[in-house]
Design a protein around this ligand. Structure first.
Ligand code: ADP
Ligand code: ZN
Length: 616
């Protein structure tokens, strides 16, 4: 084993240019290289690929990688080729001639890794090809696709059990980023992995900072967030509807941000072109519905934002997980408001789904809302939901700037009784805007018309501004102390539990919303931003602005190479490697070799050019 580990480490350094394995990777690599089966659960960005790539290079024969995502497959192969690994793929994008050439190379023992779409592997031709090869291992990526309950179920994945029967002596490694125990059991069962060793890693993504705040004007808030904290950086903005996606993208473009829209309404070719731009160019912001994401493997996404509330924590965590896969600081930022709660509840209530289904959907939404309203550490809350205990993280808005809380019992009583009085006086119920106007003592046309300025609750809430009242109402809604009647113009109604608050039997601790003028940015600035700002003030300003310009020059150089090779920029070299070069400014090939992410092939290919850029 010790020998295996040292050989594995040598490959890691020579080929991939990384000094050390991350936690668990070394164990997994040696276990599989020694012929063992494995089930690997790691969060997105955890480094799953090396867990089969390195053993495939250590073992005799070609490593067969089954992957359902064609785009991802192509990027991985491109990145491997950049590192000098003999990798190819077989999927529907190749014409028969190209496919045949790949098959021939595989049979001649000229490949280290071969990526296959499952439907391709399972054809007679696919299996006949495998029969002719010397196979180092099978890697089954996105293994949760075997789960019939999961959202990514793929029929063909069920048939992958055939690999165990046909090739019993070839080690198999199944990998996924989907957490729960039931899915894990299904994978083991369906892929015949009962003897496999399980490697279950924490789902924490410590480099992602979570921030959630109240929504007032989402597009303006988004623009400010991108401009002030992530200018020129790559990111994803999720919105619910196609219309909102298009309008938001347009707004960003009009404000000078390199943004583009993505949703299922575009043709396949158009979607592909947009995805390619996002992957290959630096600093593009994609505004998308959740149709965008499966298989987006871009390492340097610096932020993922939601301007509409996701339906579940599962979705939220998967989407935010696309940020910061390179391990550098990244942010998950969201704004949400009263309308989100109302809208999502309505979706569920008005859906055609069965009663059970609706119950599940409501529970998932409640968990999501809980995250929005919690005053505890956000990360701790999410990890707990996925069954993992942790300490407060120090890297979410609630940890960095603990939100003010207040005893909201009296505010809630005012609001509830105002809803009650208005309905009692007029014989029918009213919506949010009117109730808040009455509370704040505003003589609007409607208030006068209904005579509500004579109600005892008129003006009893003048001490809070409208957004603060909305925040109170939002929290009462998430606690189901108020209901929205979707059948009747979204009017507000009391619920069975409202009484407990009205009688004072139940006290409420609420999250304090900042008064609107005072809304301030949560949290510390991300590292890169702090660095940029420091430039203009600190005594080392000259040095760091030089670093910044070397970094920009390196990016420019990388763009050229990426274009020339027709591959995404990050497969040439990651931002983190460029940054390291910019700060150390190596003058020789030997010192460049120490930079993380530069293996022997990249050193030979690009070493001189990089040093020339640095010298310039
Ligand atoms: P996953 O498939 O688990 O989402 P990847 O295999 O794509 O993650 O790895 C995520 C990123 O981490 C990649 O950019 C990869 O190059 C990098 N990485 C993985 N292992 C290491 C390591 N041991 N040292 C440095 N970087 C690593
Ligand atoms: Zn925290």
């Amino acid at each position: 084993m010790a020998d295996l580990l040292s050989r594995a480490t040598r490959i890691l350094r020579d080929v991939f240019g990384y000094p050390d394995f991350r936690r668990d990777q070394a164990d997994i690599v040696t276990h599989v290289a020694a012929g063992g089966d494995a089930l690997v659960l790691m969060p997105t960005g955890g480094g799953k690929s090396l867990c089969y790539q390195v053993p495939a290079l250590l073992r005799e024969g070609v490593g067969i990688v089954v992957s359902p995502l064609i785009a991802l497959m192509q990027d991985q192969v491109a990145a491997l080729k950049e590192a000098g690994v003999r990798a190819e793929f077989l999927n529907s994008t190749l014409d028969w001639r190209a496919a045949q050439a790949v098959e021939r190379r595989a049979c001649a023992g000229e490949l280290d890794l071969l990526y296959l779409a499952p439907e391709r592997l399972l054809t007679e031709r696919g299996l006949a090809l495998l029969d002719q090869l010397s196979i180092a291992l099978f890697a089954i990526d996105e293994a949760h696709c075997v789960s019939q309950w999961g959202h990514d179920f793929r029929q063909e994945y069920l048939q992958l059990a055939v690999l165990a029967e046909r090739y019993p002596s070839v080690p198999r490694i199944a990998l996924t980023a989907t957490a729960d125990a039931a899915t894990r059991r299904e994978i083991i069962e369906r892929l015949h992995l009962r003897k496999a060793r399980s490697f279950v890693q924490s789902f924490d993504r410590p480099n992602i900072r979570y921030r959630i705040s109240g929504k007032d004007s989402p597009r303006r808030q988004l623009l400010r967030f991108i401009r002030e904290e992530h200018a020129g950086e790559c990111g994803i903005v999720y919105a619910l509807s196609r219309k909102s996606v298009e309008e938001t993208a347009q707004m960003l473009v009009e404000n000078g941000i390199d943004a583009l829209a993505y949703h299922a309404g575009f043709s396949a070719a158009e979607r592909e072109a947009r995805q390619t731009r996002f992957l290959e160019e630096d600093g593009v912001v994609v505004v998308a519905t959740i149709a965008f994401g499966m298989g987006i493997d871009k390492a340097d996404v610096r932020f993922v934002t939601h301007i509409d509330l996701p339906r579940s924590l599962e979705g939220y965590y998967q989407e935010t997980g696309r940020a910061g896969r390179d391990g550098e600081p990244a942010e998950a930022w969201m704004v949400y408001g009263l309308a989100d709660v109302v809208q999502q509840r309505r979706f569920i209530e008005q859906s055609e789904a069965s009663e059970t289904h609706r119950r599940v959907a409501n529970a998932k939404l409640d968990a999501m809302l809980g995250l929005c309203e919690t005053v505890r550490c956000r990360r701790q809350y999410v990890l707990e939901y996925f069954g993992e205990a942790s300490a407060p993280c120090g890297n979410c808005d609630n940890c960095l700037e603990p939100p003010a809380q207040f005893d909201g019992t009296e505010a809630a009583q005012k609001l509830l009784s105002c809803i009650y009085r208005c309905e009692q006086a007029s014989g029918f119920a009213f919506g949010t805007q009117h109730i808040i106007a009455v509370l704040r003592g505003e003589r609007t046309d409607k208030v006068i018309e209904r005579g509500h300025e004579r109600l005892s609750t008129f003006g009893i809430g003048a001490d809070r501004d409208e957004s603060q009242w909305r925040a109170v109402l939002r929290q009462l809604l998430t606690m189901r102390l108020v209901a929205v009647d979707h059948e009747h113009w979204n009017v507000l109604r009391l619920t069975d539990t409202s009484r407990e608050v009205l009688t004072g039997a139940r006290r409420l601790i609420l999250r304090q919303e900042q008064a609107r003028k005072a809304t301030k940015k949560a949290g510390r600035k991300p590292e890169s931003r702090r660095r940029k700002e420091a430039d203009s003030r600190s005594p080392t300003a000259a040095a760091s602005s030089q670093e910044e310009s070397v970094f920009e020059a390196l990016r420019e150089w990388r763009r050229g190479i990426a274009r020339e090779h027709g591959v995404p920029a990050y497969t040439v070299l990651h931002d983190s490697s460029l940054r390291e070069i910019a700060s150390r400014r190596p003058q020789s090939i030997e010192s460049l070799a120490d930079v993380s992410g530069i293996g022997a092939t990249k050193l030979a290919r690009y070493g001189q050019a990089i040093i020339a850029v640095v010298r310039e």
